[in-house]
Write a protein that binds this ligand. Structure first.
Ligand code: IFM
Length: 457
C-alpha cells in the first residue's frame, strides 16, 4: 500500500486537502424549516426517473446531524470542506420571500466549520433549482439568471464574511446537457433548443452571480466548477480526430469558451447557432469576467468515434471502447493519464486561473464486514489520480488543492442510493457512519497538511 506520509511529500506544502458533498445528496429534511421542493424532489417522485424510486427526503439526514458530521470532517484531518447551498431553503420559490431559517442552517454549518478550523468552499448551485421556477421555464428562461443573481446576493450578504471561497455553479454540463438534452437529470428534458437555452441562461447566471458576489463580498475568491471532459479520439483517423474536436467544443467549449474567452466555439455556432436563444449585447462580457479560481471535477475520460449517420445530431459522435483495464461499479473507465492530458490541454487552450480539483473519486459498493470496509480499489483510484495532481503541480500547473468526492455515501442522482462514492460508509437504515479503508488512508494523507505547514516525510 502507498504510504500516505511518504506520498504527501509529493505535494507543495501549501496544498489544500478537502472533502466535498452537495446539499440535495446528503441533507434530507426536504420539508423542514420552510424548504420548498426543488426540481429534483419532483423528478425523484416521477416513476422511472430514479433507480428504485429513491428520493432525497432523508438522504444522509445531514440536516439533523450537522454537528456530528462536522466532527466527522474534522476527524478526516482535512483543511477544507466543499458543500453546496440549497436555493430552495434560502428563497423557497426561487424569487420573492427569503427564508431566514434556511440561512440559519448554513450559518450553523459555516460557523461549525470555522469553530473546527475547517475552511469553507461553498457552491451556490448544485442542481436543486426551486421547483416554482419551472413555471417560467426553469433554466431555459432568461429570468432564471436574474433570480439566481439575487439568490447569490442574499447568500453572500449573510455568509460571505466567513466563506473562504465560493463557486457559482457545479458542473453546468450536467444541469444543461444531461438535464435538458439527454433527459437523465431533472427536469428530464430531451430537446436541443431547450438545452441551448439552458446553456446560455446558465452561463449568463454565472456571470451575473460573479458580479453580485464581487459587489457584496469583494474579498471572497470566486470560481466555477466544471466537469471538463477529457475527449479522446477512438482511433487515429482524421474522421475520429475531427469528431473529438467537435465533442470538445460541445462538451467543454460551450462553457469554457464563453467564460474564459468571451465566445461560444465556432463549430457550435455554425452547427446550432440558429437554434440558440438570443445572446444579448453585453452578455458575453458579463459571462467572461476574470475568475479567481476554477474547479475541475474529473472521473473518467470520454472516448469518441465519428458518427457519420445522416440522423446524427451535432457533435455527431458515438462512444469508443474503453482502453483502461478497470471499470468502477457505476461503469466508468478508470484511466488517470486522461486527467493529466486534460489539464495540460485546457491550460493550452484557455487562460485559466488557479485550479482546485473540486471532485474526484470512484463508486465502489463494498459492504461492511466485521465493522470494516475494505475498498482497496477506491484507495488505488485515489493514489493514481492524486499522483497525477502531484505531477501537474511539479510541472508548474497552479494546482492548489484537492477535494475527494465524497465525504460519505449519498444520493447519486438517477442512480439513487445504489452507487457509493464515500470515503465514509453510510448505513441508510441506521444512519451509522463508518470510515472506509480509503477514508483512513486519505485521513493520513490530509493530516500531513495542517494549513501550509507541511513537513515532508
Ligand atoms: O455525485 C456526483 C456529484 O453530484 C457531481 N459530480 C459527479 C458526482 C458523481 O457522479
Amino acid at each position: 500500500m502507498t504510504d500516505p506520509k511518504a506520498f504527501a511529500a509529493r505535494f507543495p506544502g501549501d496544498f489544500l486537502f478537502g472533502v466535498a458533498t452537495a446539499a440535495f445528496q446528503i441533507e434530507g429534511a426536504t420539508k423542514t424549516d420552510g424548504r420548498r421542493p426543488s426540481i429534483w424532489d419532483a423528478f425523484a417522485n416521477m416513476p422511472g426517473r430514479v433507480l428504485n424510486r429513491d428520493n432525497g427526503d432523508v438522504a444522509c439526514d445531514h440536516y439533523n446531524r450537522l454537528e456530528d458530521d462536522l466532527d466527522l470532517i474534522r476527524e478526516m484531518g482535512v483543511e477544507a470542506y466543499r458543500f453546496s447551498i440549497a436555493w430552495p431553503r434560502i428563497i423557497p420559490e426561487g424569487t420573492g420571500r427569503i427564508n431566514e431559517k434556511g440561512l440559519d442552517f448554513y450559518d450553523r454549518l459555516v460557523d461549525g466549520c470555522k469553530a473546527r478550523g475547517i475552511k469553507t468552499f461553498a457552491t451556490l448551485y448544485h442542481w436543486d433549482l426551486p421547483l416554482t421556477l419551472m413555471g417560467d421555464g426553469g433554466w431555459t428562461a432568461r429570468s432564471t439568471a436574474y433570480a439566481f443573481q439575487r439568490y447569490a446576493k442574499v447568500v453572500m450578504a449573510r455568509l460571505g464574511d466567513r466563506l473562504d471561497a465560493v463557486a457559482t455553479f457545479n458542473e453546468p454540463w450536467c444541469s444543461v446537457w444531461l438535464s435538458h438534452l439527454y433527459g437523465e437529470h431533472a427536469p428530464g428534458e430531451r430537446n436541443m433548443e431547450a438545452a441551448l437555452a439552458a446553456m446560455h441562461t446558465t452561463n449568463l447566471a454565472h456571470g451575473l452571480a460573479v458580479e453580485a458576489i464581487r459587489h457584496v463580498t469583494p474579498n471572497v475568491p470566486v470560481g466555477l466548477v466544471l466537469n471538463a471532459h477529457s475527449v479522446i479520439p477512438g482511433s487515429d483517423s482524421d474522421e475520429d480526430k475531427a469528431a473529438a474536436e467537435r465533442a470538445f467544443d460541445f462538451h467543454n467549449g460551450a462553457f469554457f469558451g464563453p467564460v474564459f474567452k468571451g465566445e461560444y466555439p465556432a463549430s457550435l455556432i455554425e452547427a446550432l447557432g440558429d437554434r440558440m436563444p438570443k445572446v444579448e449585447e453585453g452578455d458575453l462580457a458579463v459571462i467572461s469576467q476574470k475568475l479567481d479560481w476554477w474547479g475541475l471535477n474529473y472521473y473518467t475520460p470520454m472516448r469518441v468515434l465519428d458518427d457519420a449517420s445522416e440522423s446524427a445530431e451535432y457533435p455527431a459522435t458515438r462512444p469508443a471502447p474503453f482502453v483502461g483495464k478497470t471499470v468502477t461499479d457505476i461503469g466508468w473507465e478508470v484511466y488517470s493519464p486522461a486527467m493529466k492530458s486534460l489539464v495540460e490541454d485546457l491550460y493550452r487552450r484557455y487562460e485559466l486561473p488557479d485550479c482546485y480539483v473540486s471532485e474526484n473519486g470512484a463508486a465502489y459498493n463494498m459492504t461492511p464486514a466485521g465493522g470494516e470496509i475494505d475498498d482497496q480499489p477506491r484507495l488505488d483510484y485515489y493514489v493514481d489520480h492524486l499522483s497525477v495532481v502531484a505531477d501537474l503541480a511539479a510541472d508548474g500547473y497552479p494546482m492548489k488543492g484537492y477535494f475527494a468526492w465524497s465525504l460519505m455515501d449519498n444520493f447519486e442522482w438517477a442512480w439513487g442510493y445504489s452507487m457509493r462514492f464515500g470515503l465514509v460508509h453510510v448505513d441508510y437504515e441506521t444512519q451509522e457512519r463508518t470510515v472506509k479503508k480509503s477514508g483512513k488512508w486519505y485521513r493520513e494523507l490530509a493530516s500531513q497538511f495542517p494549513g501550509g505547514n507541511h513537513k515532508p516525510g
